[in-house]
Ligand binder design. Structure first.
Ligand code: ASP
Length: 587
């Protein structure tokens, strides 16, 4: 009973045809003499009828069918009775009158029903992921992922890029995360690392002259299980020679435009707006601002230092700032609701969240009593109107901005200030090249150590590393960081200065990636690149809120795989072969 059609393609044009369809029993209904089966495959659902005049053998087989049995049905396509026509289904006008049914395989009791989207808890879904992947929502997501990957290839290859693989067992890549290590059996005590990204290899490919490279690459980072992270993710990794960031922006904008047009039938407006890192932090309190809504954070340091609120006076005197966020129409928020926003601010290290309500008569409540004379000026500066709520944080610039940025996001979600279906892309540029690490008491690269400082900073790198801007850029969409990239250093002397600033000795650099430094002695071209995260892109496009929904077999939030139970222990023999001894086992 070889399949002649899928479950998604039959319609009125096929009436009276003899067909064979294969699939899974999605639903079955018994109406006494007559039985209906909804047969499902990845193309759709077709209604199958076992009529009253069916042979006893057929009736018998039909009575054995249970959910998710895999079956073949042979029969004739006919119109559905008028009252059963379903115009919202591709196959909604027809049904197949079964003449023969073959059970290809049975199905054990289901841990959850295969539905549009299952309500089962996530670990159960992950344990039976192969069943979860049968649901319409997962089928749709995985199909979208495939189409996005296809769009990437079509577009980039059309622009002259070559798709080139790089190795998975490598020497460590310095991307800033912890490496996954693979012990070598042949060379006792030595390890391969899994790539945190193909960074060094794509730069080497530039040295080799492959001036437009891309790869849909698996990247591995041994990070703590937290939030929406996966220890293994996929990047659309890209590198180009003889380019400035403008060329890279143009390629990525064109690629996304192509993908959105093809898969979602959506026209993206390019070029994407650009914001400097400082602007993004100052106005939105985040280097990945959600720009679907305004809610700009304002600075009111000098004005609020004039009132009698001692805390703000002290903060400003100590070189800090007072930042304000206007919550439109929120003067009715209860103290409890304001406290909840304050909790959010505190996660980002704010000591508190001060507030004032705006009424017809001026400012009321919270810290307004310290600002009697200044109320008009505060209202004018913030553009507030009666019914609004003003929220303030006084602290270091970073804490004031990031804590209000988090409150901004929470408010926007609460007030539904954006359309979930909007996509708002922006480039964040002019990042600082270095960040001070309090823990390590040294400068660290903001992106990675191969990124180029901006030209105007070249003479004074060492004087004040904190002020050096890099030729670095991020692409953000709806508050999600979608891609990071940079123009790279191709001058060994400049690279040495960067190592020096981050406290990496030449010997250590040579030991870790001497091969790259050696390659850069052999005519490296100027080059730069970027790596959009495929999982995050598809997640946004699918309207999902975690990347696990667009990955076939993800790890759970604890970094475990409930389906194949990994990571798992290995036998003593295997360990011995690898010259390893376990000193402590996880419970
Ligand atoms: N390798 C970088 C990353 O994974 C991206 C890039 O600079 O191209 O973030």
């Amino acid at each position: 009973m070889k399949r002649t059609a899928t479950c998604g393609e039959l319609n009125r044009n096929h009436l009276a045809e003899k067909v064979t369809i294969n699939g899974w029993v999605h639903r079955h209904r018994d109406h006494g003499n007559i039985k209906f089966i909804n047969l499902r495959d990845r193309y759709g659902i077709t209604q199958v009828v076992i009529d009253a005049d069916a042979t006893p053998v057929l009736k018998n087989t039909a009575s054995e069918l249970k959910f998710e049995y895999c079956i073949a049905v042979q029969g004739e396509v006919r119109s559905r009775p008028d009252n059963m026509v379903n115009p919202s289904m591709q196959t909604g006008e027809i049904e197949v009158k079964a003449e023969k049914i073959q059970i290809l395989s049975t199905c054990a009791a289901l841990p959850f029903m295969i539905d549009e989207r299952t309500e089962a808890r996530e670990d159960l879904r992950l344990q039976y992921r192969y069943l979860d992947l049968r649901s319409f929502s997962m089928q749709k997501n995985i199909r979208l992922r495939h189409e996005v990957a296809l769009g990437v290839r079509e577009y980039l290859i059309g622009r002259g890029f070559m798709e080139i693989e790089t190795p998975t067992l490598i020497r460590s890549t310095p991307e800033g995360a912890r490496d996954f290590l693979v012990p070598s059996r042949l060379y006792s005590g030595k390890f391969y690392a899994l790539p945190q990204s193909p960074q060094l290899y794509k730069q080497l490919l530039m040295v080799s002259g492959f001036d437009k490279y891309f790869q849909i690459a698996h990247c591995f980072r041994d990070e703590d299980a937290r939030g929406d992270r996966q220890i293994e993710h996929t990047q659309i990794d890209l590198e180009m020679s003889f380019v400035s960031k403008e060329d890279i922006f143009e390629v990525i904008e064109g690629m996304l435009q192509h993908i959105f047009r093809k898969t979602l039938n959506k026209e993206l407006k390019v070029p994407f707006p650009r914001l400097s890192y400082d602007q993004a932090m100052d106005r939105y309190g985040s280097d990945k601002p959600d720009l679907r809504f305004d809610l700009e954070i304002k600075e009111l340091s000098s004005l609020l230092a004039q009132g009698d609120f001692q805390l703000f006076k002290d903060v400003v005197a100590a070189g800090g700032v007072v930042k304000a966020l206007l919550a439109p129409g929120c003067s009715g928020l209860s103290r409890k609701e304001i406290s909840r926003l304050e909790e959010t601010a505190k996660i980002f290290k704010a000591k508190g969240l001060a507030w004032m309500k705006v009424t017809e008569g001026g400012l009321e409540g919270g810290i307004s009593r310290f600002y009697g004379d200044l109320s008009e000026a505060i209202i004018t500066e913030t553009g507030a109107a009666a019914g609004d709520l003003l929220l303030f944080v006084g602290d270091t610039r970073k804490t004031a901005c990031t804590s209000l940025g988090a409150v901004r996001n929470e408010l926007a979600a609460k007030l539904k200030l954006y359309d979930e279906k909007d996509f708002n892309f922006a480039w964040i540029i002019d990042f600082p090249l270095f960040e001070w690490s309090e823990e390590e008491k040294r400068w660290e690269p903001t992106h990675h150590m191969f990124s180029m400082p901006q030209e105007q900073c070249l003479d004074t790198l060492e004087e004040d590393p904190g002020r050096v801007k890099g030729d670095l850029y991020d692409l953000v969409c709806n508050g999600v960081e979608l891609a990071s990239g940079s123009i790279r250093i191709h001058d060994p002397e400049l690279q040495k200065r960067i190592f020096n600033i981050i406290g990496l000795s030449l010997e250590e650099a040579g030991r870790r990636f001497g091969f790259l430094l050696e390659a850069f002695k052999h005519g490296p071209p100027p080059h730069g690149g970027i790596a959009p995260g495929l999982d995050r892109l598809v997640m946004l496009m699918a309207g999902e809120s975690t990347i696990r929904e667009v990955i076939t077999f993800p790890k759970n939030t604890l970094g475990l795989s409930p389906m194949d139970d990994c990571p798992s222990s290995v036998g003593r023999e295997q360990l011995e072969e690898l010259h390893l001894k376990i000193t402590k086992s996880a419970p």
